[in-house]
Write a protein that binds this ligand. Structure first.
Ligand SMILES: [Cu+2]
Length: 118
């Protein structure tokens, strides 16, 4: 219940830094907020294993999220329309990952974030 409340708060009230909440599958969860031109994570460090990313596009343009480390791709949200939410669940090993928008030009404009998996 608390997790749902926290998730709703993160998505509806633009809360950018929220406490960790447990994913339904028992793994970790990370909230991702996209807008022109930023990607903001609810947390910057997360434990390795199953991680669910709840991604909301607060922007006016379409965006997406790609998860990469050392040139290898670990996750892709597909297109997320303005106002929409996408969820992707991936299994990540420890390391520093980049979460960025893969639409040409958007990463360079600032839609890029780093997540440390411990
Ligand atoms: Cu974008």
């Amino acid at each position: 219940m608390r997790g749902l409340v926290t998730l709703a708060a993160a998505l509806c009230l633009f809360v950018l830094v929220s406490p960790a909440w447990s994913g339904a599958s028992g793994g970790s969860a990370v909230g991702v907020s996209e807008r022109e031109w930023s990607v903001t994570l609810s947390r910057l460090r997360v434990q390795h294993g199953t991680i669910t990313f709840s991604i909301h596009n607060f922007g006016q343009d379409d965006h997406n999220i790609k998860i990469r480390k050392h040139g290898s791709q670990y996750g892709f949200s597909g297109r997320i329309r303005s106002g929409a939410t996408a969820t992707i669940t991936v299994n990540l090993k420890p390391g520093v990952y980049s979460l960025f928008c893969g639409i040409p030009g958007h990463r360079a404009l600032g839609m890029n974030a780093k997540l440390t998996v411990t």
